[in-house]
Design a protein. Structure first.
Length: 245
């Protein structure tokens, strides 16, 4: 099988990420701004645009007020023996507050513990409008990826976005056995109380708590709930048969 294109690898890193390093610019006391990096929780929209929940009291939020240009480092090197041989993606773009309900819902589904403080007056949801990404997959495997390639064109999948909450609720309420099978039989994860946290045109996300997350990719992109249902049924059948192909 041929290797996936850099844009696909980069987008997969964004979709799988639960945390990242946010780089902002500190308002300068002298002639130049100073860089500042901070750890943040991250989710993403259906097109893979990163979504964050930030406090106005945080240093990075004060920096964003002065300059909306940011970079987000997503580290996918955890399974690599030599971290420098593993994949990582630096995303460049401009960050802004979002009032889109889906962004908040997707973030809280990915990070349910954030619901404890998400309604505090000083917290707000932000979306990064990606301009490009820099992917490093190891020695000599480096690429700049423009936004139109890195992000997924989710315009044709509006009905899937509208149905997402219902699909996730249904799967978690009625198909816990299938969710466990996806994680264990298809991906090789240890058993646990796996739940679905989100679904998008390219796949769906699972979580078992304690930092255990997984992502299952669809064989083909889906644009609506009926296509998603057929894909989920097919993957459940494959899991029951013990096939990972």
């Amino acid at each position: 099988m041929s290797e996936p294109a850099p844009a696909e690898v980069g987008r997969t890193l964004i979709r799988q990420a639960g945390k990242a390093t946010l780089a902002t610019l500190v308002a300068a006391d002298g002639p130049e701004p100073r860089p500042y990096g901070s750890l943040v929780l991250v989710a993403c929209d259906h097109d893979a645009s990163p979504i964050l929940l930030l406090s106005d009291l945080a240093e990075h939020s004060r920096n964003i007020e002065a300059c909306e240009r940011v970079s987000l480092l997503i580290d996918g090197t955890g399974c690599a023996g030599d971290p420098l041989e593993g994949p990582r993606l630096s995303v460049e773009g401009r960050i802004a507050r979002s009032a889109e309900p889906r962004h908040r819902a997707r973030f809280l589904a990915r990070h349910p513990s954030a619901a404890v403080y998400a309604d505090f007056a000083d917290f707000a949801v932000y979306r990064i409008a990606v301009s490009r990404g820099h992917l490093v997959q190891g020695f000599g495997k480096i690429a700049w990826i423009e936004a139109d390639a890195l992000l997924f064109d989710a315009g044709a999948a509006a009905t899937l976005a509208e149905a997402e909450a219902g699909i996730v609720e249904h799967m978690n309420a009625d198909h816990a056995d299938a969710l466990a099978a996806y994680a264990v039989a298809l991906l090789g994860h240890a058993p646990g109380e796996w739940r679905m946290t989100g679904i998008d045109p390219e796949g769906y996300d699972l979580d078992a708590g304690n930092g255990r997350s997984a992502r299952v990719a669809f064989d083909d992109t889906v644009t609506g709930p009926e296509e998603a249902r057929a894909a989920l049924v097919g993957l459940a059948k494959r899991a029951r048969e013990g096939r990972k192909d």
